[in-house]
Design a protein around this ligand. Structure first.
Ligand SMILES: [Zn+2]
Ligand SMILES: [Zn+2]
Length: 266
């Protein structure tokens, strides 16, 4: 059995992630154009025919930009909660009823060989969810937009072998940056985004030998850099006396380009 993960794009410019086995794949969010999604997958030798559906985390444009075309042209089913569908389906966003799949919170459903469970996270959209995905003995948890990690979400992260978690902004860069006060307050709030120190401290709390891959996601263009993200995490781990076990990998997901494929099972 094979199990591969990669990010096609991660950040406020657009989010789209791929998870697949040797037969099928799924996408998480369609926040870049459908053309870019098809092109990136083709470059990785992944046929669109093998994609069985797209999971949607919330209604912000950086997560649904390509959704309409992707569902229409590829007849791809899209999965999210009733509340999120309500917030997506505006008169401007026409999605074929055939492609709309409503999923409950905290109840497993099966798609393309994966057991998938949606769980709520705190973010300033009508509803935002993360996904906890199991296949064989591997578990992947992904949450890219959240202001803080609430008690209901934490167990999903703790149980992951591969964790995709937001590390949106450097606290100092945000404070000293050019954003207006209201926007800084929104980003920092419990319903905004996670800062590097928040994410690093949480990872230091939960790191264990089963967590083999940490992917840091949704970096801000103006208030963060990949170098600072890594530096903050390394510093936090060193202060806490945490030493990686040699098999654990940390990947900073690129904002505009696909990152190389992570092979969880070869
Ligand atoms: Zn976002
Ligand atoms: Zn968002």
């Amino acid at each position: 059995m094979k199990l591969n993960f990669c990010s096609l794009s991660s950040g406020s410019n657009g989010n789209c992630y791929y998870l697949g086995n040797e037969f099928h794949g799924i996408l998480i969010d369609a926040g870049i154009s459908a053309t870019s999604i098809r092109k990136f997958l083709k470059n990785m030798d992944i046929s669109m025919q093998t994609i069985m559906g797209v999971l949607i985390t919330h209604n912000h444009i950086d997560h649904i930009r390509g959704l309409e075309l992707l569902t229409r042209k590829n007849n791809l089913p899209a999965f999210t909660t009733h509340k999120i569908w309500k917030s997506i389906l505006t008169p401007q966003k026409k999605i074929s009823p055939d492609c709309i799949r409503k999923i409950p919170l905290k109840q497993k459903f099966h798609l393309a060989g994966f057991d998938i469970e949606a769980f709520p996270v705190c973010h300033d959209a009508p509803e935002t969810i993360g996904f906890h995905i199991c296949t064989g003995d591997k578990t992947i948890t992904i949450a890219t937009d959240l202001g803080h990690i609430c008690q209901t979400a934490a167990p999903y992260f703790k149980a992951a072998n591969l964790l995709v978690l937001e590390s949106n902004y450097d606290e100092q860069m945000l404070v000293n940056g050019k954003y207006p006060h209201y926007l800084k307050a929104r980003i920092k709030s419990d319903h905004g985004h996670l800062g590097n120190h928040q994410t690093s401290a949480f990872l230091a709390d939960i790191i264990n030998d089963n967590l083999s891959n940490i992917c840091l996601a949704h970096l801000s263009k103006n208030n963060n850099t990949p170098e600072i993200v890594l530096q903050t995490l390394q510093q936090t781990f060193s202060e806490r006396g945490i030493i990686l076990n040699g098999r654990q990998r940390i990947t900073i997901l690129n904002r505009n380009m696909p990152t190389s494929m992570i092979r969880l099972i070869e």
